[in-house]
Design a protein around this ligand. Structure first.
Ligand SMILES: [Zn+2]
Length: 114
């Protein structure tokens, strides 16, 4: 898969993120609970506060479209973090951004991504 720079730039702009977003594409992401997941979001912080966002996406045996939708999902968590919201929540604010990204660009963002 080619690095989806277009989507990364568009999502960074739409979410109005001030901090850099690093995206890692790996064969399979293992979450803290030892389960395989399709993607994760982690804020990277120092004593001065938020340094950057880290999104990690599983790529093995997945359709590019699903990976891009998962990218959009994780960007919403970065948006939550920068706006002082609960960045682990799939609450009504998450749903609002998911809907906005769907209407604007056609991303399909779910609570649990394919
Ligand atoms: Zn999520």
């Amino acid at each position: 898969m080619k690095t989806p720079y277009k989507h990364i730039a568009r999502l960074t702009h739409f979410c109005d993120l001030k901090k850099p977003v690093f995206v890692a594409f790996v064969p399979c992401v293992i979450w803290e609970t030892s389960e395989a997941v399709n993607g994760t979001y982690q804020p990277v912080e120092s004593d001065e506060g938020l340094e950057h966002h880290l999104i990690t996406l599983s790529c093995e045996k997945r359709k590019t479209r699903d990976i891009i939708n998962c990218l959009a999902h994780e960007f919403i968590h970065a948006w939550q973090k920068e706006n002082g919201l609960d960045y682990l929540a799939h609450d009504e604010k998450f749903e609002f951004m998911a809907l906005a990204l769907g209407v604007t660009y056609g991303y399909k963002v779910y609570e649990r991504q394919l």
